[in-house]
Design a protein. Structure first.
Length: 277
């Protein structure tokens, strides 16, 4: 049996509430043509996820469990599975991100001390006395600039033949180059044997317009034993001779008592040995 209203019943929808049909006069005389459907924008059962486009609290704060929202910020912890879009976000303590952080530019609180630009470039430090410590390996595919000097690569070129100012020689390449250079120097020194004729100074002294060869570091310095001195084709004993390089002139001092005779201006003295040329 239907209930008939003495006065008509009118239901008008409001904010967040939908009435269908809306603003209809109901007397309850007929059924079911006068059924009214009242609905809201969200399912609000205990198992549903309720979505609010905007919340306006009646006072200055809004609390969800232990998460407090105030006009100036919020306090507590929040777990967010979606996106957060805001013109600015200030966090007083730590921010832990389990996923990926994407930003057009990241800049530390101290201006320009650490900056990650949108282009991919980075800037660390803002003064020359800043110290940056890296533990582990440093990998780069570009160039390295130090005080406006640019290095683009390392080289193992054992000959250092190209002479590129942008390539740094490795220890291995440098060692091989030095070893080979030392070997060449040794071979060159060993092969050096030249003859020079001396000029008479006095009965005990002759000079040669020549320079002795410089011995490699692993050898003893060039000395009288590295030469043979002949007087008129006759070999003189080395223990009676001393030599001294004086600029571009080699001085030969002869102990006449040891060789048993004095030399004259008519004698020819020839030296053969480690001259530079």
């Amino acid at each position: 049996m239907a209930n008939i209203a003495r006065e008509p019943l009118i239901i008008i929808q409001g904010l967040g509430v939908t009435v269908n049909p809306n603003n209809k006069t109901i007397f309850g005389k007929t059924s079911p043509s006068e059924q009214i459907t009242i609905s809201i924008g969200n399912n609000v059962s205990t198992t549903d996820n309720v979505f609010f486009n905007k919340l306006t609290p009646t006072n200055e704060t809004f609390t969800i469990n232990n998460f407090l929202i105030t006009p100036n910020g919020f306090t507590g912890s929040i777990s967010m599975q979606g996106s957060l879009v805001a013109p600015s976000l200030n966090i007083g303590e730590n921010l832990n991100v389990r996923g990926i952080t994407k930003a057009e530019k990241i800049e530390s609180q101290l201006s320009q001390s650490i900056t990650i630009f949108e282009s991919g470039s980075t800037q660390f430090g803002d003064t020359s006395d800043d110290t940056h410590v890296i533990t582990g390996s440093f990998l780069t595919s570009g160039s390295l600039s130090l005080n406006n000097s640019i290095a683009t690569s390392l080289t193992d070129d054992i000959f250092l033949s190209v002479g590129r100012s942008t390539h740094l020689a490795t220890e291995s390449g440098s060692k091989t180059y030095v070893d080979d250079l030392d070997s060449i120097t040794k071979q060159t020194y060993v092969r050096k044997c030249f003859a020079h004729t001396g000029s008479f100074v006095d009965s005990d002294t002759f000079t040669f317009n020549a320079v002795t060869a410089s011995a490699p570091s692993v050898y003893l310095s060039t000395r009288v034993d590295d030469f043979m001195f002949f007087v008129n084709g006759q070999l003189m004993e080395s223990d009676a001779l001393t030599i001294q390089q004086q600029g571009s002139t080699l001085r030969l001092d002869i102990n006449s008592d040891n060789i048993g005779y004095d030399l004259t201006n008519d004698d020819e003295v020839v030296a053969w040995g480690k001259f530079n040329s």
